[in-house]
Design a protein around this ligand. Structure first.
Ligand code: HEC
Length: 240
């Protein structure tokens, strides 16, 4: 079918609308801005914006962080405030509590263990006693007959070593946590203390109670009294 000889007014409107949409040609010598210039401007705007904030009126992420509640720290797990506002002891306890998940399956969330199977950590002389022994037990594992709070345990396979699975810092946090939970009171264990035992002791097999005798009452130097004021600087030379 051929086009109608007399297009109706609807077609005229369409044609005119199309003509009106056309833009004028650029002057011969003008060019659209190159793409790199656009990106350069964006970059300048971002950097300038980042500078303007802190330089005018003391804006900072700390001050403006909506999660940083007064004194309470960042409530999100692992939030920024966790490192900034908690004192070292509170921070170790907080991180140790979550790290304790790997122990809790056996020693239980309340630290009471399971009679005849998994010894308790609550009230255990192994936990609150010498840190040389406690670090070694968790670093290399423990097997064979042991006595905890007067009760005998000899679980087949004993306890596996955790040295390879946990960093010195993670282990230090968990040990600080078990030494200061469920009524236990002990000093803080630092990652330097765990690292020191790691460097000295290259044992490849689990400990036995007899092997650990010499370490039962010994403390690795550098532990810190537990408590809100705990800082590495306040550490006594060696708590014996
Ligand atoms: C798979 C079970 C299991 C897990 C997980 C486990 N333990 Fe044990 N733990 C044992 C057993 C079993 C013994 C006793 C070993 C023996 O009889 O020689 C023990 C002994 C101990 C002792 C010495 C005895 C006492 O009760 O005080 C300490 C301290 C200890 N564990 C701490 C830990 C810590 C800290 C963790 C987590 C990092 C942990 N354990 C994870 C099973 C476990």
């Amino acid at each position: 079918m051929s086009a109608p000889a007399h297009p109706d007014s609807t077609d005229l409107d369409r044609i005119h609308a199309a003509v009106k949409r056309e833009k004028e040609d650029l002057a011969p010598e003008s060019q659209p801005a190159p793409l790199w210039a656009t990106f350069l401007l964006m970059l300048v705007a971002i950097i300038a914006g980042g500078q303007l904030g802190p330089m005018t009126g003391g804006w900072s992420f700390d001050v403006s962080n909506p999660f940083a509640l007064a004194g309470g720290g960042d409530p999100r797990p692992g939030g920024a405030g966790a490192g900034g506002t908690l004192d070292p002891f509170a921070l170790a306890m907080k991180k140790g509590a979550s790290g304790y998940a790997v122990c809790g399956g056996c020693h239980q969330g309340n630290g009471m263990g399971i009679p005849g199977q998994f010894p308790p950590l609550a009230g255990s002389e192994w936990v609150t006693g010498g840190t040389e022994r406690l670090i070694r037990v968790t670093q290399h594992g423990l097997v064979g007959a042991i006595t905890v709070k007067g009760a005998g345990y000899n679980t087949p396979g004993g306890m596996q070593p955790f040295g390879a699975a946990m960093s010195s810092q993670d282990l230090a946090n968990v040990l600080t946590y078990i030494r200061n939970s469920w009524g236990n009171e002990g000093t803080m264990i630092t990652k330097e203390m765990v690292q020191k035992v790691r460097d000295e002791e290259k044992r490849a097999t689990q400990w036995t109670e007899a092997d650990l005798k010499p370490f039962a009452d010994k403390n690795v130097p550098g532990d810190i009294p537990a408590g809100p004021g705990a800082t590495a600087a306040a550490a006594p030379a060696a708590a014996k």
